[in-house]
Design a protein around this ligand. Structure first.
Ligand SMILES: [Fe+2]
Length: 296
């Protein structure tokens, strides 16, 4: 293996992984090498441009912390996160559609009872977040875990403001009728964190960094495919230019007026309150007897 030139180096690099530890690692490595080499042949970078690319990835890595994930932002803003999501969620019709997880999910958010306030009052006007969880046959699913998180009315998540005080995020379980409700605040549209290399990239590509206003959900119940999705507020800006390509028509909801009986139990019982409501439909989990692709 020597004397490589721009014509034979690709096959040599592909051949170098022939003894990979698994067929899947071999398949991925070969494809990565092939596409990466094609990309380089396509753009013919100068040495300075290639150094800039390496510096960009280095800065992206250095930007990451427990509460900042620059590589998720990069994947999201290049449309890759939504592509991976689409490939992995070819769900039957009738199931609620999925969208990106995003970089602000916190595992093990506090579990609260139905009717709990999950936001601090100063974070914005109250919002009743209510709904149900059902299967494809329309049967309610009791004890499903609904993980909810959203930005405040200035467009910031708790972890962007204070890494220790969680707010506007919680997990709640559906009751016997498959219903849930909590009180949050009306979230604003927001720019993704754009003070790092991904922000530099968006600027140089002539793009804005905004996402339309939304509330995140992960809905999980045994025997069903876990749903990772958002609900987008119908009147929000940026529905047609979401910087992470996450918006889907079926996930846009209008804010309605909360029923007086429920609003009365909220943080400002004397005022009318906005309500975001959705009946989530979960697909049945795959047949466990069906062979799955071998993991890496
Ligand atoms: Fe978000």
């Amino acid at each position: 293996m020597r004397n490589f030139d721009e014509h034979n180096i690709t096959n040599a690099a592909i051949d170098s992984v022939r003894e990979a530890r698994s067929p899947r690692i071999k398949e991925i490595s070969e494809s990565l090498i092939r596409h990466l080499h094609d990309f380089v042949r396509d753009i013919e970078p100068t040495q300075a441009e290639w150094k800039h690319a390496i510096d960009f990835l280095t800065r992206a890595g250095q930007m990451c912390s427990a509460t900042r994930q620059e590589f998720i932002l990069l994947s999201d803003t290049l449309g890759v996160s939504m592509l991976v999501d689409a490939i992995n969620h070819r769900l039957p019709s009738g199931a609620t559609e999925t969208t990106v997880l995003g970089p602000f999910h916190v595992a093990h958010a506090p579990e609260v009872a139905n009717g709990a306030m999950i936001s601090r009052a100063e974070e914005g006007p109250p919002l009743l977040i209510a709904g149900s969880v059902r299967n494809l046959q329309g049967m309610p699913i009791a004890d499903a875990v609904v993980d909810i998180w959203h930005a405040d009315d200035a467009g910031f998540y708790d972890v962007q403001k204070d890494e220790t005080a969680l707010s506007s995020r919680a997990r709640v379980r559906t009751d016997a009728g498959g219903n849930f409700h909590v009180f949050g605040v009306v979230p604003a549209a927001y720019p993704i964190p754009n003070d790092g290399p991904v922000g530099n990239m968006l600027e140089s590509q002539g793009r804005h960094p905004y996402r339309p206003a939304h509330v995140h959900f992960i809905v999980a119940a045994p025997g069903h495919v876990t749903l990772v999705t958002h609900l987008f507020l119908q009147d929000s800006e940026y529905l047609d230019s979401d910087v992470v390509f996450g918006t889907k028509d079926s996930l846009i909801e209008a804010l309605n007026v909360a029923p007086a009986e429920l609003a009365a139990r909220g943080p400002k019982p004397q005022e009318s309150m906005a309500m975001l409501q959705r009946n989530f439909v979960l697909a049945d989990a795959l047949d466990p007897r069906k062979p799955q692709r071998q993991l890496i």
